[in-house]
Write a protein that binds this ligand. Structure first.
Ligand SMILES: [Zn+2]
Length: 139
């Protein structure tokens, strides 16, 4: 089963996802991304201020998604490229996000490699092209 995200749910998430807007918890000061109703760090904070994330971070961990393991919405891409890396990126503001890494170096990714977010087409579903961020090496 794929990670289906309905059009309304997708559209609600667009402002934060497109512009990398995080939210700083007024209780503990940590940055949540994507937005949460209750702070995931202190489990108490419910008021936040928006923070523009830089998109810069480092690779915390990564894996290579091979064609057979790709979720259905990425089947076309897996068919074109064979396999592609997906990383957990530690953003410099604190949150960790999972995203695809494009243009990886020939020798492969390494833990701690600096990366930066780029805005890309992610996939198409129900006739709507969905955009979001991926990461490219920042070295
Ligand atoms: Zn908090």
């Amino acid at each position: 089963m794929g990670a289906h995200i309905s059009i309304p749910m997708y559209q609600r998430a667009v402002p934060q996802r497109y512009r990398l807007i995080g939210q700083r918890c007024r209780s503990c000061g940590k940055v949540n991304f994507p937005s949460k109703a209750v702070c995931k760090y202190c489990s108490q904070g419910t008021t936040f201020e928006n923070v523009q994330l830089s998109g810069r971070g480092t690779i915390y961990s990564y894996t290579i998604i091979a064609g057979g393991g790709a979720p259905p919405e990425f089947a076309a891409e897996a068919h074109c490229k064979g396999s592609y890396p997906v990383a957990i990126v530690q953003l410099e503001e604190g949150p960790r996000v999972i995203a695809q890494v494009v243009n990886p170096p020939e020798e492969g990714l390494t833990i701690g490699m600096p990366v930066k977010a780029v805005f890309r087409k992610i996939y198409e579903e129900e006739g709507v092209t969905r955009y979001g961020f991926k990461f490219i090496p920042a070295i």
